[in-house]
Ligand binder design. Structure first.
Ligand SMILES: C[S@@+](CC[C@H](N)C(=O)[O-])C[C@H]1O[C@@H](n2cnc3c(N)ncnc32)[C@H](O)[C@@H]1O
Length: 403
């Protein structure tokens, strides 16, 4: 299926920058020893993200090893995830840069800047020419120092952009209510940390108040790790935020302003995207004995705005893919959610498909948005289709391999 937008691969300059910084930190160690230090730290970080969930300004981003391990290993992944979420705002949900003047972005929990720099890099790659001013807030001063340096030392990757960092504890956002006027507010892999342990009411209030910092046409693009509890918390907070604040609307991941239908139905599944992307060679090297999944980026995503979402007629045939595409003995199947929030299973008999068309269908990814125009029959929420050309791409973002 023809991609509707491309994401250029993670820049080699950034992978090299992080590795150079790392080797300079321990000039007395050989490469294998440094790699092992990083691997041990990645296991510790992974436990912090997934098990202990203890986040405070001194433990996170305060130590060089912790920052360097994140920079080398996790940054390419969160850079990609933020890029895919922004691609949806830009390529499908109708976000536009201002006609003239600077574009203003706020990154909440920017850390060393995977998401900030992804925003600058991808908006330029997609042809946005405005000067960009990005404000990056985080409570880790050390991380923000790294962010300023990476931005300055790789300026050719994001020309005519400026970054202003502020050390701030996001649990006290009330002091920020006098700021605002942002075209984009992003927060990647950070919301769950700064709102850890809070009630849905408070999360909703926070999202609602972030709406006040947006320009009338601005978008709030939230990207979170693909963990059931974290994604349900994200979608629950979005649902409550728009129920209580009539000036806020949910634009994504579904249609017509609807909250996540999987959450509404208390499904055992949860909304998240799974996208293919190729990691830089250093990530492969670090990962060698760890054997973690590095060829896919999985994330939960939600986009909120003050403008109404564009209306998709309920029976238009537009749907978002919410499952893996499965090749069974005789069929290819996938699940989608359409304009009315209903789950539908789509099925093709493989004997009706040319090899090429099977390949096209199997290249679809969870999170793609497509439109099917010609259902043969629709029984028990199952749509049987004959050809691959019965669906057409509406949002198919794809990672662009390095040359
Ligand atoms: C997993 S990192 C994500 C960094 C970056 N956004 C990315 O996409 O890779 C989470 C960030 O949230 C920041 N953070 C967590 N709780 C915070 C709080 N209460 N106030 C400010 N920053 C916070 C951490 O310092 C860290 O930089």
């Amino acid at each position: 299926m023809k991609p509707t937008i491309h994401l250029p691969a993670y820049p080699k300059e950034l992978a090299d920058w992080w590795w150079k910084e790392t080797t300079q930190q321990w000039p007395e160690h050989g490469q294998e020893k440094v790699l092992n230090l990083i691997r041990e730290e990645i296991v510790r970080q992974s436990d912090r993200f997934n098990k202990t969930r203890d986040f405070d300004p001194s433990s996170y981003g305060a130590r060089d090893l912790s920052v360097l391990a994140y920079g080398n290993f996790y940054t390419p992944r969160t850079f990609a995830a933020c890029g895919f979420s922004l691609a949806e705002a830009f390529n499908f949900r109708g976000w536009r840069a201002p006609g003239k003047g600077p574009l203003r972005i706020l990154d909440l929990g920017s850390g060393t800047g995977a998401s900030s720099l992804a925003a600058l890099f991808y908006l330029r790659a997609w042809g946005i020419k405005n000067p960009i001013q990005l404000d990056a807030w985080d409570y880790s001063g050390k991380s923000l120092t790294f962010l300023r340096r990476i931005h300055r030392e790789n300026s050719h990757l994001w020309q005519n952009t400026s970054i202003n960092t502020e050390r701030k504890d996001l649990r006290h956002l009330e002091d920020s209510s006098n700021q605002g006027g942002y075209d984009l507010i992003i927060s990647s892999y950070a919301l769950n940390e700064w709102l850890e342990g809070t009630e849905e009411n408070l999360r909703a209030e926070v999202l609602s108040s972030l709406g006040n910092l947006l320009k009338e046409n601005g978008h709030l693009v939230l990207t979170e790790p693909a963990d059931g509890e974290v994604c349900r918390a994200l979608h629950g907070a979005c649902r409550q935020a728009v129920a209580e604040n009539k000036r806020m609307h949910i634009l994504a991941p579904y249609f017509n302003g609807m909250p996540c239908p999987l959450l509404q139905k208390q499904s055992k599944f949860f909304s998240h995207e799974v996208r293919t992307c190729t990691p830089p060679p250093m990530v492969e090297k670090i990962n060698h004995p760890l054997n973690l999944e590095i060829r896919e980026v999985k994330f939960g995503m939600s986009i909120l705005a003050r403008t109404q979402p564009r209306q998709i007629p309920e029976n238009s045939g537009v749907f978002r893919i919410i499952s893996p595409v499965r090749k069974r003995k005789g069929t290819i199947t996938l699940w989608g959610i359409g304009g009315n929030g209903e789950e539908l299973e789509f099925e093709w008999q493989r004997r009706n498909l040319l090899k090429e068309d099977q390949k096209l269908l199997l290249s679809l990814e969870r999170g793609d948005i497509v439109e099917q125009g010609n259902p043969l029959e629709n029984q028990d929420n199952r749509v049987r289709l004959m050809g691959a050309d019965e669906i057409r791409p509406l949002f198919i973002p794809r990672w662009q391999e390095m040359d």
